[in-house]
Design a protein around this ligand. Structure first.
Ligand code: BMA
Length: 825
């Protein structure tokens, strides 16, 4: 099998509706160079026919691109020998309403950007010049047509016609992203020469309950096999030793072979063990000639979703057990890292996922309004030890379920599950994002009804409760399936079973973030607080006269409904800041960091040991951004970390400390996330704002493994003048800290806490202060990698952090109320 990537010399033009496609293809004017894989937006930007859609208000000026049809053409040369071979064209992804011609002959039409297409073209190639044409019709217009025919459906975010299209839903605009209705061959186009090929390779791994054995169930399907076609199956262990080999004639088209491995090396999420992987190679031969080969990197892991009653609490758990170890899943929701996904580099994927690992997250949820990610994303999660919660691509809508739609969805699900099923990191397939929530909001969700869903006002249950689970059970039986997020009880807001999206803070009630612990769920799969992108990131899209917080362009780059107003309310509740963009950025980011830390801290405290794992996970909305914006992201579109990623990292660390202040009552606890108990000294100190020590308490405590450990609770005298700190000391080292300040912060006097920074070897720094210092944010340019940041400092408790790449660069320091005049007096 010879594979030729058709990615050179593609051109594109706007369709001339007065002409037929073939006539239009011969016209000479209007053609621009088009990157493939890619979409028409990249081509138009490169040709300077449209401005950068992210800049200023440009998004509003480029919507015409989605209203018209486009034509792509590619001329490619073949030798007589090549043209005479059995051949097929493979299209990994056509966005979205497309028709394909080869040498003036129509091959097929497609309407799902998530379904690869393969067209046999053996007798349609010619020696010399061949021409491939693809017409992309306006998805928006196509959707409006279907909507006019079948009715408008309920949605949150974007044009409602999006529900009829199997196109990335966020392309229609979302409450954190612009609308860019892309069109084009967004994934590779390949010419395959030769008939016999490995058309499918499956290898589900069945792990014994005690993980003592693993059965690798290999099924290799060979298309167009001949009498002498054979496959060679080889398995290497993580040490690189060949541990199994099987050579077999193909015969009826597929070969099955099971390899049993005793005491297999297990794949673990990071922090729990190695990410051991076995390498499976399957090669297809005709005699001695190798015709095709595929390789899979496999991991042995046993996954269970444990839903069992809790002691003394209603409902049941919703916890992930990996290799028989229950795990608190701290993590984040992932959105596509750009509107134009072909611009996302492997480096970007690695930096975003590495940052989540650095903040002790072990789970990433791929949200249902984006795309099934590229292979590299999952390879990285396998390598880095990140669990993946994978939504199917449905979000915030009352999707249809007519036969053509169901057929398209089935083809999509089969293709994506077959592509991704071998990744050990993927532990759960999930039917949709918030479709049960929107249905419940429309009173269309009758949990007890189990009849023909397609005849109800919530027909898409057919997809989530019948079609998708069947596909998963057939093609990926060792991975969990969950109908939707949130989902669980009869009520999607149920706190006692299933997963929950906690938007009581920010959306709906706009509850104070300090109350996050109240809005728990057995597994909180979404929650979030907005903040601005980094100053430089924001400035990159702001004209000079728009560089103030309430400007038209700044607010255009906050897509959340009432986003600027909600932020203003939360900011007004929390701290004082100057009305400059620099202060606004620090203030929003400080508040986001405090809010998200309060959530993780409050919920991880409920990971309280066997029978008491009341909250088993928290996935923040959202890890990343797709353009320069004010959103819920904790890493902005320029990959600049926001302070929240550090405050979250402290709450998810193997050992984390917690302080909860209710009026003058203070409660203290320590979470030991490690699988061994540990003996610790706990030091609790109280300081006034002048830096005078008010009290110190010392405890020793055997921290039980894999749970939160209550330490003490007591009344604080002069509570509104007192900052309390807690240090956890193990083997002489401070391994975790927490601090509790009088709130709201806005009532605190602004002062200079006299922070000093001492430079040590290897870019290590010692940071200390004379008076309590809150939210100490250190910056020194993009090249510096901070091991921690946004510190809370107490006198006589210096902290050491590493600033890799700092060298002798100057460090800019901000802290709570750094910009308030009175301290400068
Ligand atoms: C949830 C998510 C997203 C949305 C976010 C913030 O609805 O599923 O759809 O962007 O909240 O509003």
């Amino acid at each position: 099998m010879q594979k030729l990537a058709l990615q050179q010399a593609w051109q594109a033009k706007q369709r001339d509706p007065q002409r037929t496609v073939l006539a239009d293809a011969t016209s000479s004017e209007g053609w621009i160079a088009a990157p493939v894989p890619g979409t028409i937006y990249e081509a138009l930007i490169a040709a300077k026919q449209i401005p950068d859609p992210f800049d200023g208000l440009n998004e509003l000026d480029v919507q015409w691109v989605g209203d018209v049809d486009w034509l792509y053409r590619c001329d490619f040369e073949l030798s007589a020998e090549q043209a005479s071979q059995p051949a097929a064209l493979h299209f990994a992804g056509l966005d979205t309403i497309a028709t394909v011609w080869l040498n003036d002959q129509e091959l097929f039409s497609s309407d799902n950007m998530f379904v690869p297409q393969r067209a046999v073209v053996s007798n349609q190639l010619q020696a010399g010049k061949n021409q491939l044409l693809i017409e992309f019709r306006s998805a928006l217009k196509h959707g409006h047509g279907l909507q006019a025919e079948m009715g408008q459906l309920g949605v949150w975010n974007g044009d409602p016609s999006r529900l009829y299209l199997r196109k990335a839903q966020y392309h229609y605009g979302w409450d954190w992203g612009p609308a860019l209705l892309t069109a084009g061959p967004w994934l590779p186009v390949t010419l395959e020469l030769g008939a016999t090929r490995l058309s499918d390779l499956a290898c589900p791994i069945t792990v014994a309950d005690d993980c003592s054995t693993a059965d690798f169930g290999v099924t290799a399907t060979v298309a167009d096999a001949t009498a002498d076609t054979a496959v060679l199956i080889q398995l290497w262990n993580p040490a690189g030793e060949l541990i199994a080999e099987k050579h077999q004639l193909v015969g009826a088209g597929s070969v099955q072979h099971t390899i049993t491995v005793d005491q297999p090396s297990l794949w673990w999420p990071h922090g729990y063990g190695a990410q051991a992987r076995y390498r499976l190679t399957v090669s297809v031969f005709a005699g001695q000639t190798q015709l095709d080969q595929r390789e899979l990197q496999l991991g042995v892991r046993r996954v269970r979703l444990v839903q069992e009653p809790l002691r003394d609490e209603a409902g049941e758990t919703f916890l992930f057990e990996i290799n028989n170890v229950p795990m608190f899943c701290g993590g984040a929701n992932w959105i596509p890292a750009d509107l134009l996904t072909n611009r996302i580099s492997n480096e970007t994927y690695r930096r975003l996922l590495q940052a989540s690992v650095d903040s002790h997250m072990i789970m990433i949820r791929i949200w249902g309004g984006g795309i099934y990610e590229v292979d590299h994303f999952y390879d990285l999660c396998d390598e880095l030890g990140l669990l993946v919660w994978q939504d199917f691509m449905f979000a915030c809508g009352m999707y249809p379920a007519h036969p053509a739609f169901l057929a398209s969805v089935e083809a999509e699900a089969i293709a994506q599950v077959q592509r991704l099923r071998h990744h050990p990191s993927i532990v759960l397939w999930c039917g949709n994002n918030e479709d049960y929530q929107i249905a419940q909001t429309f009173n269309a969700y009758d949990h007890s009804f189990q009849g023909d869903f397609t005849q109800t006002s919530f027909p898409a249950r057919e997809i989530y409760e019948r079609l998708l689970p069947k596909v998963c059970a057939t093609y990926d039986p060792t991975t969990l399936y969950w109908p939707g997020s949130p989902y669980g009880g009869t009520d999607v807001y149920d706190k006692t079973r299933g997963d929950r999206h906690t938007w009581d803070v920010w959306h709906s009630a706009m509850a104070p973030y300090q109350d996050y612990p109240k809005y728990e769920g057995r597994f909180v799969s979404e929650f979030g607080m907005e903040s601005s992108a980094a100053l430089q990131t924001l400035l990159s899209v702001l004209p000079a006269d728009q560089r103030y917080p309430q400007s038209r362009v700044v607010e255009h780059h906050n897509k959340s409904e009432g986003g600027a107003r909600r932020l203003a309310v939360y900011l007004n509740d929390t701290l004082r800041f100057e009305n400059t963009l620099e202060s606004y950025v620090y203030a929003t980011q400080f508040m986001q960091a405090e809010a998200l830390a309060a959530a993780y801290r409050g919920w991880r405290r409920r990971w309280a040991g066997p029978g008491r794992y009341a909250v088993a996970g928290a996935l923040v909305w959202q890890l990343n951004d797709c353009w320069p914006v004010i959103s819920w992201a904790i890493i902005d579109s320029a990959l600049r970390n926001k302070p929240a990623i550090y405050s979250i990292g402290r709450e998810l660390a193997p050992i984390s400390a917690g302080l909860q202040r209710t009026k003058a009552q203070l409660e203290a606890w320590v979470v030991n996330g490690m699988l061994k108990s540990s003996n610790a000294s706990i030091i609790i100190t109280g300081y006034d704002l002048q830096g005078r020590l008010l009290f110190e308490q010392n405890y020793t405590h055997e921290l039980a493994a894999n749970q939160a450990n209550p330490i003490t609770s007591f009344e604080i005298a002069l509570a509104d003048q007192t900052v309390v700190g807690l240090q956890v000391v193990i083997d002489g080292a401070v391994v975790a800290r927490a601090s509790s300040w009088p709130e709201p912060f806005k009532y605190l006097p602004a002062y200079d806490p006299q922070i000093s920074v001492t430079r040590l070897a290897d870019d290590w720094l010692e940071i200390s202060s004379q008076r309590p210092a809150k939210g100490v944010w250190l910056q020194a340019g993009d090249a510096v990698h901070w091991s921690d940041n946004l510190l809370d400092l107490l006198p006589n408790q210096p902290q050491r952090i590493q600033a890799r790449g700092l060298g002798q660069q100057p460090i800019e320091i901000k802290w709570l109320h750094w910009d308030q005049q009175e301290q400068r007096a």
